[in-house]
Design a protein around this ligand. Structure first.
Ligand code: OSB
Ligand code: MG
Length: 370
C-alpha cells in the first residue's frame, strides 16, 4: 500500500471546564486532526500537541511544520506492508513524537478500516470493556476539590488522580483521604518538584496513594531513581518516557515502578506497544494517560487499553466531562461500574461527525503523493 494523501486540519473545541495543572490552565482544546488516505480509504488521528510547549516541547505549529515538511514526504515514499513500518521510517527525524504519532496513528486507523476490523484487532488487543479512571485538575480550594472527587467517585470511576503542585499537595491529599479512606487515589505533579523536595514528597507516603506521577524534571530519570529510593509510594513516569527504550531504562534504573503511556507522547502505536511490552517483561503495570482528547483520540486510547499489560485504570473518561458536543457518535460513555465498552466497528469504531468537525475547523491543508 502507498499513501495517496495526507490532510491536516486545525480543530478548536471549547472545554466545558478549564483544566489546570502545575504548568498552566487550558480553557479550549485546539489540536491537529490528521487524515491519511490510500486507495479511497481514509484513517484519522488526533495530534496531542497543544498551543503551548508547557507540557512537552512540541506545539501545534511545530507539529504542522514537521508533518508538512518532513513526515508526510517520508510517508509518501513508503511501500507499506503493515502500519508498524511507519514509525521506523521516521527515525531520521529526532524527537517530534507527537507529530510522528498523529500520522502513524492515522495510518493504523486507515489500515483497520481497510481490513474492516476494529483498531484493537490490528493492535493485538481484545474486545469487551476497559476500566475508566479520571484526572481532576487543580481546584480553587479544598472544598471544590472534595466536591469534584466525590462526584467522580459517585460516577463510578475506578480511581481518581488529582493534580498537585508545591503548596497544593499534602493538605489537599490529606483532606481527600480523610473523606474517602478507601478510594484508589494518586497524584500527578507534571514536573513541579526538585529532588531537594524529597523529604516533603515523603509526607505523601502516609496516604496509601497508588502512585505519584512525574514529580521531577520532564526529561529526567536519574533524580527520579534517587527519589524512588526515598519513598515507599511507587513513582510513575509520564513526560520522561518517550519510547520503549525509555521505559526499559527507567524501570531498570528504578526511576519508577509504573508507566503512563500516551500514544502521542511516545511517537505512535508501534512505540506504545514497545512501552507496553517493556513493562510486561518487567512485571510493571502500565496504564494509558490522556491529553483531553476529543472522541477521536479518546477512542484510540480505548482500543490500546485492551492489551493485557493495562492492568490499571487510565485517564480515559467520558466525553461529557470535557465537551458539550464531541466529534464522535455515540460519544464515549462510562458505565456506573466505571467501565467503557470497546467498539467492534471498523477503525476507532464510532462514526466521526464530519459536519461538526467542519464547523470546528479553521485551517486545513491537503498534500498528495508526488
Ligand atoms: O499529565 O497526564 C497529564 C492533561 C493534559 C496534559 C497532561 C496531562 C493531562 C491529564 C488529563 O492529566 C488527562 C485527561 O483527562 O485526558
Ligand atoms: Mg501526567
Amino acid at each position: 500500500m502507498k499513501i495517496d494523501q495526507v490532510e491536516v486540519r486545525r480543530v478548536t473545541l471549547p472545554l466545558r471546564f478549564p483544566f489546570e495543572t502545575s504548568v498552566g490552565r487550558t480553557r479550549t482544546k485546539q489540536f491537529l486532526l490528521v487524515s491519511a488516505s490510500a486507495d479511497g480509504v481514509s484513517g484519522h488521528a488526533e495530534c496531542v500537541a497543544d498551543v503551548d510547549p508547557f507540557y512537552l516541547p512540541e506545539t501545534n505549529e511545530t507539529a504542522f511544520h514537521l508533518l508538512r515538511d518532513f513526515l508526510a514526504p517520508m510517508a509518501f515514499a513508503l511501500e507499506i506492508a503493515h502500519p508498524r513500518e511507519v514509525l521506523p521510517a521516521f527515525s531520521r527525524v529526532r524527537g517530534h513524537e507527537m507529530a510522528k504519532a498523529a500520522l502513524e496513528m492515522a495510518v493504523y486507523e486507515m489500515w483497520a478500516r481497510r481490513e474492516s476490523v476494529p483498531l484493537w484487532r490490528v493492535l493485538g488487543g481484545r474486545g469487551g470493556e476497559i476500566q475508566a479512571g479520571v484526572s481532576v485538575g487543580l481546584q480553587d480550594d479544598d472544598a471544590a476539590l472534595l466536591d469534584r472527587v466525590e462526584a467522580e467517585a459517585a460516577a463510578g470511576y475506578r480511581r481518581v488522580k488529582v493534580k498537585i503542585k508545591p503548596g497544593r499537595d499534602v493538605g489537599p491529599v490529606a483532606a481527600i483521604r480523610a473523606r474517602f479512606p478507601r478510594l484508589p487515589l494518586m497524584v500527578d505533579a507534571n514536573s513541579a518538584y526538585r529532588l531537594a523536595d524529597a523529604d516533603h514528597l515523603a509526607e505523601l507516603d502516609r496516604f496509601s496513594l497508588t502512585m505519584i506521577e512525574q514529580p521531577l524534571g520532564w526529561d529526567d530519570v536519574v533524580d527520579h531513581a534517587s527519589l524512588q529510593r526515598r519513598l515507599t509510594t511507587p513513582l510513575c513516569l509520564d513526560e520522561s518516557i518517550r519510547s520503549g527504550d525509555d521505559a526499559r531504562r527507567a524501570l531498570d534504573l528504578g526511576a519508577c515502578r509504573v508507566v503512563n503511556v500516551k500514544v502521542g507522547r511516545v511517537g505512535g502505536f508501534a512505540s506504545a506497544l514497545a512501552v507496553h511490552d517493556a513493562c510486561v517483561a518487567r512485571g510493571a503495570p502500565v496504564w494509558c494517560g490522556g491529553m483531553l482528547e476529543s472522541g477521536i483520540g479518546r477512542l484510540a486510547n480505548v482500543h490500546l487499553q485492551t492489551l493485557p499489560g493495562f492492568t490499571l485504570p487510565g485517564d480515559t473518561s467520558a466525553s461529557a466531562r470535557y465537551f458539550e458536543e464531541d466529534l464522535v457518535d455515540p460519544p464515549v460513555v462510562v458505565s456506573p461500574e466505571g467501565t467503557i465498552s470497546v467498539p467492534d466497528g471498523p477503525g476507532i469504531g464510532h462514526a466521526i461527525l464530519w459536519p461538526r468537525v467542519e464547523r470546528a475547523t479553521d485551517f486545513r491543508q491537503t498534500w498528495r503523493r508526488p
